[in-house]
Design a protein. Sequence first.
Length: 396
Amino acid sequence: MENILLFCTILTGLLFAPNKQEEPLSGVIERGLNVSRQQTLLLAKEMEAKENRLPKTYENGMLQTANYKSWISGFFPGVLWYLYEDTPTEELKKYAELYTLRVMPAKDMTSTHDLGFMLYCSFGNGYRLTGNKSYMDVMKVGAESLASRYNDKVGAIKSWNSNKKWQFPVIIDNMMNLEFLSFMALNTGNNRFKEIADKHAKTTLSNHFRSDNSCYHVVSYDTITGIPHAKQTHQGYADNSSWARGQAWALYGYTMMYRETNNKVYLEQARKVALFIKNHPNLPEDKVPYWDFDAPDIPKAYRDASAAAIMASAFLELSSLDKSEDRIEWLKLGEQQIRSLSSPLYLAEPNTNGGFILKHSVGNFNKKSEVDVPLTYADYYYVEALLRLKRMQNEK
Protein backbone atom coordinates (compact mmCIF):
# COMPACT_ATOMS: atom_id res chain seq x y z
CA MET A 1 0.00 0.00 0.00
CA GLU A 2 2.85 2.36 0.84
CA ASN A 3 4.35 1.81 -2.63
CA ILE A 4 1.00 2.48 -4.29
CA LEU A 5 0.58 5.75 -2.39
CA LEU A 6 4.11 6.78 -3.32
CA PHE A 7 3.41 6.03 -6.98
CA CYS A 8 0.17 8.04 -6.89
CA THR A 9 1.96 10.96 -5.26
CA ILE A 10 4.65 10.97 -7.94
CA LEU A 11 2.08 10.62 -10.72
CA THR A 12 0.01 13.48 -9.36
CA GLY A 13 3.11 15.64 -9.18
CA LEU A 14 3.95 14.86 -12.79
CA LEU A 15 0.43 15.59 -13.99
CA PHE A 16 -0.04 18.88 -12.22
CA ALA A 17 3.48 20.25 -11.98
CA PRO A 18 4.14 23.36 -14.03
CA ASN A 19 5.63 22.60 -17.45
CA LYS A 20 9.38 22.42 -17.29
CA GLN A 21 11.32 23.83 -20.17
CA GLU A 22 12.25 21.13 -22.66
CA GLU A 23 15.89 20.12 -22.67
CA PRO A 24 17.70 21.69 -25.65
CA LEU A 25 18.41 19.21 -28.41
CA SER A 26 22.11 19.96 -28.14
CA GLY A 27 21.96 18.80 -24.53
CA VAL A 28 20.08 15.63 -25.46
CA ILE A 29 22.66 14.82 -28.13
CA GLU A 30 25.71 15.36 -25.93
CA ARG A 31 24.15 13.45 -23.03
CA GLY A 32 23.36 10.55 -25.36
CA LEU A 33 26.87 10.54 -26.79
CA ASN A 34 28.48 10.73 -23.34
CA VAL A 35 26.51 7.71 -22.14
CA SER A 36 27.29 5.92 -25.39
CA ARG A 37 31.03 6.46 -24.92
CA GLN A 38 30.99 5.29 -21.31
CA GLN A 39 28.96 2.19 -22.06
CA THR A 40 30.81 1.25 -25.22
CA LEU A 41 34.25 1.54 -23.63
CA LEU A 42 33.01 -0.49 -20.67
CA LEU A 43 31.86 -3.22 -23.04
CA ALA A 44 35.01 -3.00 -25.18
CA LYS A 45 37.20 -3.62 -22.14
CA GLU A 46 34.96 -6.45 -20.93
CA MET A 47 35.19 -8.16 -24.33
CA GLU A 48 38.89 -7.51 -25.01
CA ALA A 49 40.15 -10.86 -23.69
CA LYS A 50 37.30 -12.81 -25.35
CA GLU A 51 39.20 -13.65 -28.51
CA ASN A 52 37.24 -13.39 -31.76
CA ARG A 53 33.99 -12.59 -29.94
CA LEU A 54 31.68 -9.61 -30.48
CA PRO A 55 28.84 -8.40 -28.23
CA LYS A 56 25.30 -9.34 -29.17
CA THR A 57 22.99 -8.67 -26.21
CA TYR A 58 22.71 -8.79 -22.41
CA GLU A 59 20.05 -11.15 -21.18
CA ASN A 60 19.23 -12.51 -17.72
CA GLY A 61 22.33 -10.90 -16.31
CA MET A 62 24.55 -12.58 -18.90
CA LEU A 63 26.53 -11.07 -21.77
CA GLN A 64 25.71 -12.88 -25.02
CA THR A 65 28.35 -12.82 -27.75
CA ALA A 66 28.79 -13.95 -31.36
CA ASN A 67 31.61 -14.52 -33.82
CA TYR A 68 32.19 -13.04 -37.27
CA LYS A 69 29.57 -15.32 -38.85
CA SER A 70 26.67 -13.56 -37.13
CA TRP A 71 24.82 -10.85 -39.04
CA ILE A 72 25.32 -8.52 -36.07
CA SER A 73 29.12 -8.79 -36.02
CA GLY A 74 29.83 -5.42 -37.65
CA PHE A 75 27.70 -3.24 -35.41
CA PHE A 76 29.91 -2.98 -32.31
CA PRO A 77 33.02 -1.94 -34.24
CA GLY A 78 30.73 0.44 -36.12
CA VAL A 79 29.62 2.07 -32.85
CA LEU A 80 33.27 2.48 -31.88
CA TRP A 81 34.11 4.12 -35.22
CA TYR A 82 31.17 6.52 -34.89
CA LEU A 83 32.24 7.49 -31.38
CA TYR A 84 35.82 7.92 -32.59
CA GLU A 85 34.53 10.19 -35.35
CA ASP A 86 32.85 12.36 -32.73
CA THR A 87 35.68 12.21 -30.19
CA PRO A 88 38.90 11.04 -31.90
CA THR A 89 40.79 9.52 -28.97
CA GLU A 90 43.49 6.87 -29.29
CA GLU A 91 41.54 4.60 -26.95
CA LEU A 92 38.44 4.58 -29.13
CA LYS A 93 40.55 4.07 -32.26
CA LYS A 94 42.41 1.17 -30.66
CA TYR A 95 39.20 -0.65 -29.82
CA ALA A 96 37.57 0.19 -33.15
CA GLU A 97 40.53 -1.38 -34.95
CA LEU A 98 40.59 -4.39 -32.64
CA TYR A 99 36.94 -5.30 -33.06
CA THR A 100 36.92 -4.50 -36.78
CA LEU A 101 39.62 -7.10 -37.37
CA ARG A 102 37.48 -9.69 -35.60
CA VAL A 103 34.95 -9.38 -38.43
CA MET A 104 37.48 -9.81 -41.25
CA PRO A 105 36.85 -13.54 -42.03
CA ALA A 106 33.27 -12.62 -43.00
CA LYS A 107 34.59 -11.28 -46.31
CA ASP A 108 34.71 -14.80 -47.77
CA MET A 109 31.18 -15.77 -46.79
CA THR A 110 28.89 -16.41 -49.74
CA SER A 111 26.16 -17.98 -47.62
CA THR A 112 24.73 -14.71 -46.31
CA HIS A 113 23.23 -11.48 -47.64
CA ASP A 114 24.24 -9.57 -44.50
CA LEU A 115 27.75 -8.60 -45.60
CA GLY A 116 26.70 -4.97 -45.79
CA PHE A 117 25.82 -4.98 -42.10
CA MET A 118 28.92 -7.01 -41.29
CA LEU A 119 31.57 -5.26 -43.38
CA TYR A 120 30.28 -1.81 -44.26
CA CYS A 121 29.42 -0.84 -40.67
CA SER A 122 32.87 -1.94 -39.50
CA PHE A 123 35.44 -1.76 -42.32
CA GLY A 124 33.43 0.84 -44.24
CA ASN A 125 33.36 3.31 -41.38
CA GLY A 126 36.97 2.51 -40.58
CA TYR A 127 38.04 3.21 -44.16
CA ARG A 128 36.00 6.40 -44.30
CA LEU A 129 37.70 7.74 -41.18
CA THR A 130 41.27 6.45 -41.60
CA GLY A 131 41.79 5.69 -45.29
CA ASN A 132 43.35 2.35 -44.29
CA LYS A 133 43.84 0.58 -47.66
CA SER A 134 43.74 -2.87 -46.09
CA TYR A 135 40.14 -2.16 -45.10
CA MET A 136 39.27 -1.52 -48.73
CA ASP A 137 40.95 -4.79 -49.72
CA VAL A 138 38.71 -6.66 -47.31
CA MET A 139 35.61 -4.94 -48.64
CA LYS A 140 36.51 -5.71 -52.26
CA VAL A 141 36.43 -9.42 -51.49
CA GLY A 142 33.26 -9.02 -49.43
CA ALA A 143 31.43 -7.14 -52.17
CA GLU A 144 32.13 -9.96 -54.62
CA SER A 145 30.88 -12.46 -52.04
CA LEU A 146 27.64 -10.50 -51.65
CA ALA A 147 27.21 -10.04 -55.41
CA SER A 148 27.47 -13.81 -55.87
CA ARG A 149 24.01 -14.12 -54.30
CA TYR A 150 22.38 -12.00 -57.00
CA ASN A 151 20.06 -13.77 -59.44
CA ASP A 152 19.41 -11.96 -62.70
CA LYS A 153 16.16 -13.82 -63.41
CA VAL A 154 14.69 -12.71 -60.08
CA GLY A 155 16.45 -9.36 -60.09
CA ALA A 156 17.42 -9.56 -56.45
CA ILE A 157 20.01 -10.74 -53.96
CA LYS A 158 19.02 -13.96 -52.21
CA SER A 159 18.62 -13.43 -48.48
CA TRP A 160 18.40 -16.87 -46.92
CA ASN A 161 19.19 -20.18 -48.54
CA SER A 162 16.37 -22.18 -50.14
CA ASN A 163 14.22 -24.40 -47.95
CA LYS A 164 10.96 -26.36 -48.14
CA LYS A 165 8.98 -23.14 -47.60
CA TRP A 166 10.83 -20.65 -49.81
CA GLN A 167 12.65 -21.07 -53.13
CA PHE A 168 14.39 -17.69 -53.29
CA PRO A 169 13.59 -15.71 -50.12
CA VAL A 170 14.24 -11.97 -50.07
CA ILE A 171 13.67 -10.08 -46.84
CA ILE A 172 13.11 -6.34 -46.50
CA ASP A 173 16.23 -6.19 -44.29
CA ASN A 174 18.27 -6.86 -47.43
CA MET A 175 17.68 -3.26 -48.57
CA MET A 176 20.25 -2.25 -45.96
CA ASN A 177 23.07 -4.16 -47.66
CA LEU A 178 22.72 -2.12 -50.84
CA GLU A 179 24.61 0.80 -49.31
CA PHE A 180 27.70 -1.41 -49.19
CA LEU A 181 27.42 -2.23 -52.90
CA SER A 182 26.78 1.43 -53.77
CA PHE A 183 29.84 2.47 -51.79
CA MET A 184 32.00 -0.16 -53.45
CA ALA A 185 30.82 0.82 -56.93
CA LEU A 186 31.84 4.41 -56.23
CA ASN A 187 35.21 3.45 -54.77
CA THR A 188 36.22 0.72 -57.22
CA GLY A 189 34.56 1.82 -60.45
CA ASN A 190 32.80 -1.55 -60.67
CA ASN A 191 29.37 -0.51 -61.95
CA ARG A 192 28.09 -4.06 -61.63
CA PHE A 193 27.73 -3.47 -57.89
CA LYS A 194 25.65 -0.36 -58.56
CA GLU A 195 23.48 -2.17 -61.10
CA ILE A 196 22.80 -5.03 -58.68
CA ALA A 197 21.83 -2.62 -55.90
CA ASP A 198 19.54 -0.67 -58.20
CA LYS A 199 17.84 -3.76 -59.61
CA HIS A 200 17.34 -5.25 -56.15
CA ALA A 201 15.75 -2.04 -54.91
CA LYS A 202 13.38 -1.90 -57.89
CA THR A 203 12.38 -5.57 -57.55
CA THR A 204 11.70 -5.09 -53.84
CA LEU A 205 9.69 -1.94 -54.52
CA SER A 206 7.51 -3.84 -56.99
CA ASN A 207 6.79 -6.86 -54.80
CA HIS A 208 7.28 -6.12 -51.10
CA PHE A 209 4.75 -3.35 -50.54
CA ARG A 210 1.02 -3.42 -49.88
CA SER A 211 -1.53 -0.83 -50.94
CA ASP A 212 -1.15 1.02 -47.62
CA ASN A 213 2.64 1.23 -48.20
CA SER A 214 3.51 -1.16 -45.40
CA CYS A 215 5.79 -4.02 -46.36
CA TYR A 216 5.96 -7.77 -46.06
CA HIS A 217 8.93 -9.22 -44.25
CA VAL A 218 9.66 -12.10 -46.65
CA VAL A 219 8.91 -12.40 -50.37
CA SER A 220 10.01 -15.64 -52.01
CA TYR A 221 10.43 -15.85 -55.79
CA ASP A 222 10.01 -18.73 -58.19
CA THR A 223 13.48 -19.25 -59.60
CA ILE A 224 12.20 -20.27 -63.06
CA THR A 225 9.71 -17.44 -63.66
CA GLY A 226 11.15 -14.84 -61.30
CA ILE A 227 7.61 -14.21 -59.99
CA PRO A 228 6.81 -14.18 -56.24
CA HIS A 229 5.24 -17.41 -54.97
CA ALA A 230 4.98 -16.45 -51.28
CA LYS A 231 4.62 -13.27 -49.23
CA GLN A 232 4.97 -13.98 -45.53
CA THR A 233 6.72 -13.11 -42.29
CA HIS A 234 9.41 -14.63 -40.13
CA GLN A 235 9.75 -12.16 -37.29
CA GLY A 236 6.46 -10.25 -37.49
CA TYR A 237 3.17 -11.10 -35.79
CA ALA A 238 1.48 -12.36 -38.97
CA ASP A 239 2.04 -12.51 -42.73
CA ASN A 240 -0.10 -9.41 -43.26
CA SER A 241 0.99 -7.50 -40.18
CA SER A 242 3.50 -4.64 -40.15
CA TRP A 243 6.61 -5.76 -38.31
CA ALA A 244 8.08 -2.55 -36.91
CA ARG A 245 11.72 -3.16 -37.69
CA GLY A 246 10.76 -4.22 -41.21
CA GLN A 247 9.08 -0.87 -41.78
CA ALA A 248 12.22 0.79 -40.39
CA TRP A 249 14.45 -1.11 -42.83
CA ALA A 250 12.18 -0.04 -45.69
CA LEU A 251 12.24 3.62 -44.66
CA TYR A 252 16.00 3.65 -44.23
CA GLY A 253 16.67 1.58 -47.36
CA TYR A 254 14.75 3.73 -49.81
CA THR A 255 15.95 6.98 -48.25
CA MET A 256 19.52 5.72 -48.68
CA MET A 257 18.90 4.54 -52.25
CA TYR A 258 17.59 8.00 -53.19
CA ARG A 259 20.76 9.53 -51.75
CA GLU A 260 22.89 7.09 -53.76
CA THR A 261 21.04 7.28 -57.09
CA ASN A 262 19.05 10.53 -57.08
CA ASN A 263 16.17 8.44 -58.47
CA LYS A 264 12.98 10.18 -57.33
CA VAL A 265 11.07 6.89 -57.43
CA TYR A 266 13.06 5.90 -54.35
CA LEU A 267 12.39 9.23 -52.65
CA GLU A 268 8.67 8.79 -53.26
CA GLN A 269 8.77 5.28 -51.79
CA ALA A 270 10.61 6.53 -48.72
CA ARG A 271 7.97 9.23 -48.32
CA LYS A 272 5.16 6.67 -48.59
CA VAL A 273 6.71 4.49 -45.90
CA ALA A 274 7.32 7.55 -43.73
CA LEU A 275 3.67 8.56 -44.00
CA PHE A 276 2.56 5.03 -43.14
CA ILE A 277 4.64 5.13 -39.95
CA LYS A 278 3.75 8.71 -39.04
CA ASN A 279 0.00 8.26 -39.46
CA HIS A 280 -0.36 4.78 -38.00
CA PRO A 281 -2.92 4.81 -35.15
CA ASN A 282 -0.78 2.35 -33.17
CA LEU A 283 2.35 4.50 -33.19
CA PRO A 284 2.76 5.45 -29.50
CA GLU A 285 2.93 9.03 -28.36
CA ASP A 286 6.67 8.77 -27.65
CA LYS A 287 7.18 7.44 -31.23
CA VAL A 288 8.96 4.27 -30.08
CA PRO A 289 6.95 1.59 -31.90
CA TYR A 290 5.60 -1.66 -30.59
CA TRP A 291 7.54 -4.61 -32.01
CA ASP A 292 4.74 -5.05 -34.54
CA PHE A 293 2.21 -2.36 -35.44
CA ASP A 294 -0.48 -5.06 -35.35
CA ALA A 295 0.56 -6.92 -32.20
CA PRO A 296 -2.67 -8.19 -30.59
CA ASP A 297 -1.81 -7.07 -27.05
CA ILE A 298 -1.25 -3.37 -27.83
CA PRO A 299 -0.88 -1.23 -25.69
CA LYS A 300 0.78 -3.87 -23.51
CA ALA A 301 2.96 -5.16 -26.35
CA TYR A 302 6.73 -4.83 -26.10
CA ARG A 303 8.35 -1.76 -27.60
CA ASP A 304 11.28 -2.06 -29.99
CA ALA A 305 13.94 0.56 -29.40
CA SER A 306 15.96 -0.85 -32.30
CA ALA A 307 13.15 -0.02 -34.73
CA ALA A 308 12.91 3.49 -33.29
CA ALA A 309 16.67 4.05 -33.62
CA ILE A 310 16.69 2.93 -37.27
CA MET A 311 13.64 5.07 -38.00
CA ALA A 312 15.15 8.10 -36.27
CA SER A 313 18.32 7.91 -38.35
CA ALA A 314 16.26 7.48 -41.53
CA PHE A 315 13.78 10.27 -40.71
CA LEU A 316 16.65 12.66 -40.09
CA GLU A 317 18.27 11.86 -43.42
CA LEU A 318 14.93 12.00 -45.22
CA SER A 319 14.32 15.48 -43.78
CA SER A 320 17.52 16.67 -45.47
CA LEU A 321 16.78 15.02 -48.83
CA ASP A 322 13.05 15.66 -49.21
CA LYS A 323 12.48 19.23 -50.40
CA SER A 324 8.72 19.14 -49.83
CA GLU A 325 7.02 20.70 -46.82
CA ASP A 326 6.88 17.24 -45.25
CA ARG A 327 10.57 17.52 -44.42
CA ILE A 328 9.53 19.44 -41.31
CA GLU A 329 7.45 16.45 -40.19
CA TRP A 330 10.30 14.00 -40.82
CA LEU A 331 12.68 16.13 -38.77
CA LYS A 332 10.16 16.45 -35.98
CA LEU A 333 9.62 12.69 -35.88
CA GLY A 334 13.34 11.94 -35.83
CA GLU A 335 13.90 14.43 -33.05
CA GLN A 336 11.01 13.02 -31.02
CA GLN A 337 12.42 9.52 -31.32
CA ILE A 338 15.88 10.69 -30.26
CA ARG A 339 14.40 12.47 -27.24
CA SER A 340 12.47 9.35 -26.26
CA LEU A 341 15.42 7.01 -26.72
CA SER A 342 17.57 9.42 -24.70
CA SER A 343 15.13 9.36 -21.78
CA PRO A 344 15.72 7.21 -18.67
CA LEU A 345 13.15 4.71 -19.95
CA TYR A 346 15.37 3.64 -22.87
CA LEU A 347 18.87 5.05 -22.27
CA ALA A 348 20.88 2.95 -19.85
CA GLU A 349 22.44 4.34 -16.71
CA PRO A 350 26.23 4.18 -17.02
CA ASN A 351 27.73 0.91 -15.76
CA THR A 352 24.45 -0.98 -16.19
CA ASN A 353 22.74 -2.90 -19.01
CA GLY A 354 25.83 -5.02 -19.64
CA GLY A 355 27.55 -2.06 -21.29
CA PHE A 356 24.91 -1.67 -23.99
CA ILE A 357 23.47 1.78 -24.64
CA LEU A 358 19.74 1.26 -25.16
CA LYS A 359 17.21 -0.89 -23.33
CA HIS A 360 13.96 -2.47 -24.53
CA SER A 361 14.52 -3.90 -27.99
CA VAL A 362 12.98 -7.01 -29.51
CA GLY A 363 14.97 -9.41 -31.69
CA ASN A 364 12.62 -12.24 -32.64
CA PHE A 365 9.45 -12.29 -30.58
CA ASN A 366 8.08 -15.36 -32.34
CA LYS A 367 11.03 -17.49 -31.25
CA LYS A 368 11.12 -15.89 -27.80
CA SER A 369 14.63 -14.77 -28.71
CA GLU A 370 16.06 -11.46 -27.46
CA VAL A 371 12.77 -10.06 -26.19
CA ASP A 372 12.93 -6.79 -24.21
CA VAL A 373 16.72 -6.68 -24.13
CA PRO A 374 19.52 -4.43 -25.40
CA LEU A 375 20.74 -5.16 -28.92
CA THR A 376 23.98 -4.10 -30.57
CA TYR A 377 22.27 -2.84 -33.74
CA ALA A 378 19.92 -0.65 -31.71
CA ASP A 379 23.02 1.01 -30.28
CA TYR A 380 24.59 1.43 -33.73
CA TYR A 381 21.65 3.26 -35.29
CA TYR A 382 21.07 5.32 -32.14
CA VAL A 383 24.63 6.65 -32.23
CA GLU A 384 24.36 7.18 -36.00
CA ALA A 385 21.16 9.17 -35.47
CA LEU A 386 22.79 11.26 -32.73
CA LEU A 387 25.67 12.15 -35.03
CA ARG A 388 23.35 12.98 -37.92
CA LEU A 389 21.30 15.25 -35.69
CA LYS A 390 24.45 16.86 -34.27
CA ARG A 391 25.69 17.67 -37.78
CA MET A 392 22.31 19.13 -38.67
CA GLN A 393 22.36 21.29 -35.53
CA ASN A 394 25.87 22.51 -36.30
CA GLU A 395 24.89 23.41 -39.87
CA LYS A 396 22.05 25.69 -38.76
